[in-house]
Design a protein around this ligand. Sequence first.
Ligand code: ADP
Length: 671
Amino acid sequence: MATEEVLREALEQERKARLDAEKRLEETIAERTRELSRTATRLSNLISNMQEGVLVEDENRFIVFVNEQFCSMFSIPAGPEILTGTDCSGSAEQSKHLFTDPEGFVGGINTLLANRQKVTSEILKLQDGRSFSRDYVPIIIEGKYSGHFWKYADITSRIRYEDALIRSEEKYRLLIENMNLGLLEVDLNGKIIYANQSFCEMSGFPREEIYGKVAEELFTTTENRSVVLEKNESRKKGISDAYELEITNRQGLKKWWLISGAPLFNNEGVQIGSTGIHLDITLQKQLEFTLREAKQMAEDTAKAKEVFLANMSHEIRTPMNAILGLGKQLLKSQLTTHQRSFLESINTAADNLLVVINDILDFSKIESGKLDLESMVFSLPNLLTQISNMLTLKAQEKGLTFNLQVDEAIAPALIGDPYRINQVLLNLLSNSIKFTEQGSISLICRVEENFEDQQAIELIVADTGIGIDKKYLNKIFQKFSQESINVARKYGGTGLGMAITKQLVDLMDGKINIESRKNQGTKTTISFSLPVGLQQEKHEKPQDLIRQEKLKGKKILLVEDNKLNRLVATTILSHFGILVTEAVNGEIAVEILRKEHFDIVLMDMQMPVMDGISATVMIRKEISTTIPIIALTAHALKSERSRCLEAGMNDFISKPFEEDKLLRTILHYLP
Ligand code: ADP
């Protein structure tokens, strides 16, 4: 019994253990099945929600799985639930109308199915403009073909973008190929890696001949090679710029290129060389050279004219200085009535000659823009009185009356150029006296308008003379013009006076207007504005007396090679008690100055042995930096003045000089 019971109990335990094991197995299987089902659901959800259309077929082409996206991409009205389990073998035929190449679409599917090889990213074009990318993957389970997986992605926008990119690249490629600009790309060693058609035409080299060659060795000469090498170096530092380069093309012709260069990078942003756009500017360069030559020639001509003018001025003014100076000094001496009358005629003729010379020189100066106006405080009423004093006598000699009317409102001090106003009025009044046989000459000065710090002034010169023909009035300001041969023959003149007058009035920013009637008279009105200045102090003593006191006993070294001019200056200066020592050239002057002290040096510019400039430089360097040196020059040019001042001179008097101007200048520089 005991044995039997034991056996039964053992069997019972074994049964229970077996039942437990079975239960646990069942639970495990149930758990695994739930997990599998969860995974399958997750997977199918994932595929269902993919952006791409997915279709899975079994080995007999029955649909195992299809997603919504697939149905919608192929415009299939039924949904995935209905399609799953259906036969798919005719579907290619049904959908082929969607594609631009329907037969190609069907044929492609058949080939893939026959080959059973994985193919990805095949591009299909659709009739409606869309583009699909297709992947085909055969499903092999345990070495056995069990169906296949299709994936279709709508890549329309990507394809459109790529197409646009290709078109744009093509556009620029064509542009670069066909533009008149040569494009050249070189590597970091300067070797040519690309040249467009235009560059080949510009350089004369076909592509195959230049690829791989070093650009600067092909085109540049040894002189300008360094320019290109320098540019290559700056490209390596990332610098872009443009420069002009003279090159020699294949035919050996010299050409000029304008090159705009920049560093060249690869897709990874690494610099691989440089790129340059080339424009042939040979024609423009030639034009530039021609223009530069023409400009140089014009400058040379102007310079030659200026030098000629300076020389002519010197040649004429030097003897004029002697004639006028000595003539005036001679008048101060004892003369018979006869001699005095001859001398006065000589002096008048010399004065007239000087007017003509000054007119011509002035005109050349104005024309070459070398005449600048002074800007100084002066008294217009005084100036007009002086002019009137000077011309009343001349008018009376012809039996004419001379009237001067000056507006009391004229400011006592104005700022302007009294010399040029004087010149303008003398021109007009001399004409009036010249062209009037009877009646009167009037000089009227009016304030047209008063502004805060300037006055608008009107100067009128009127006569009762022969008048000017209306037709000629339009031409009166042309140089060398005169109304008629008869007038010219009868009255003389150069026809320059009115032209200069107009130019001077223009320089003063003024206006000139002439009204005239034949045989009735002429009225010329000049209007301009001048700033009002501060009134200068008046000297109580007469000028001459002050001068006598200040000048007496002063020592002046007169350096002048022209004997007559020395005589003129010495006569004037001695009259005021000045002690004059003469030197005939710069070298002698320097020697004298080494030994003796002087108050002032009057220095001629052009002299043999040593000229005024060299002598001044030497005096300033070796003898004295302070002794006043005043240049006496017959040159009419303003540039001469700066030459004098640069050499170390203190001032400048042009010949023929007026006694007054000479004395005033000396007085100014006396210690
Ligand atoms: P010039 O007096 O030396 O001939 P201008 O240039 O001063 O040269 O004058 C040009 C011409 O204008 C004179 O020749 C003359 O015919 C005419 N003209 C100028 N001023 C007068 C005037 N006040 N009366 C008549 N004619 C004048």
